[in-house]
Design a protein around this ligand. Structure first.
Ligand code: NDP
Length: 255
């Protein structure tokens, strides 16, 4: 089989790709010769990143899109449908955390987190199904978290949203296998991104994290991006419904 370890000419949509893990995924994909479409809520940051890589000759496009906004999602679909007419890879990466204790969350906090971490993924996956089916060998990769697999004390709404995302991944993998759409997830532990930096800058918290991480270091965005790239390639063509942890051994460390 040719091009098993390549993304050459694959058309990939990556949500939340101006910073952190999403940006690293976009850059990893470009390195493997994919065509990449990025979105974030910030027009300028999206345009700047597109320009930076387009100037180097890469095929990268983007637009402002709040994935929690129905009208924005519809505009995104329209744009990609006109531009590509099909889609090979959908990476549902945009997500966030409030890091509040269960009793500190308001109903609004809960709803907002679910809107982004879970509902946007559900809606985007359904919306792009007609374009993914046209690919003939499509791949969806959802960015989950180890917080969806065990308790890490970063807030129950986040944990619930990521656990549901992992289950959605398994469910969809079964339902859409007949459509030649594979669906997998990646579950990172602490990764050095602007989102995680807010807690990693606390030396005591960092020490605690490292003491629970067999590899004794924080992960890099590129290390998550590599797993996402593998799950998007023909090289992983018989893998679906899986969730790969990118965690320096965290989940395996009982004591
Ligand atoms: P960052 O906050 O560093 O980056 C998030 C990206 O998503 C930005 O580009 C942001 O741009 C965009 N984004 C946020 N909200 C929306 C929205 N509503 N619509 C479109 N784009 C949006 O996050 P990380 O890179 O750290 O996290 C990425 C994913 O990885 C998340 O799903 C997170 O839960 C998961 N994860 C991260 C871990 C970590 O340690 N960093 C660990 C485990 C999982 P803008 O704000 O301009 O819209």
């Amino acid at each position: 089989m040719k091009n098993r370890w390549s993304l050459k000419n694959k058309k990939a949509l990556i949500t939340g790709a101006t910073r952190g893990i999403g940006k690293a995924i976009a850059e990893e994909f470009l390195g493997f010769e994919a065509e990449v479409f990025i979105v974030s809520r910030n027009q300028k940051e999206t345009d700047d990143l597109v320009r930076l890589h387009a100037d180097k000759g890469y095929k990268i496009y983007g637009m402002k899109c709040d994935v929690t906004n129905k009208k924005d999602r519809e505009k995104l679909f329209e744009k990609i449908n006109i531009q590509w007419g099909s889609l090979d890879i959908l990476v549902n990466n945009a997500g966030t955390n409030t890091r509040k204790k269960t009793l500190e969350n308001t109903e609004e906090d809960f709803d907002k987190l679910m809107e982004l971490n879970l509902k946007s993924v559900f809606e985007l996956s359904r919306m792009f199904h007609p374009l993914l089916i046209k690919s003939g060998e499509a791949s969806i990769v959802n960015i989950a978290s180890v917080a969806g697999m065990t308790s890490v004390g970063t807030g129950s709404p986040y944990a619930i949203s990521k656990a549901a995302l992992i289950h959605f991944t398994k469910y969809l993998a079964v339902e859409w296998a007949k459509d030649s759409i594979r669906v997998n997830a990646v579950a990172p532990w602490y990764i050095r991104t602007p989102l995680a930096e807010t807690v990693l800058k606390n030396p005591d918290y960092l020490k605690n994290i490292l003491s629970r991480t067999p590899m004794n270091r924080i992960g890099e965005p590129e290390e998550v991006a590599a797993a996402v790239a593998f799950l998007s390639m023909p090289a992983s063509s018989y893998i679906t419904g899986e969730c790969i942890s990118v965690d320096g051994g965290f989940l395996k460390y009982g004591f």
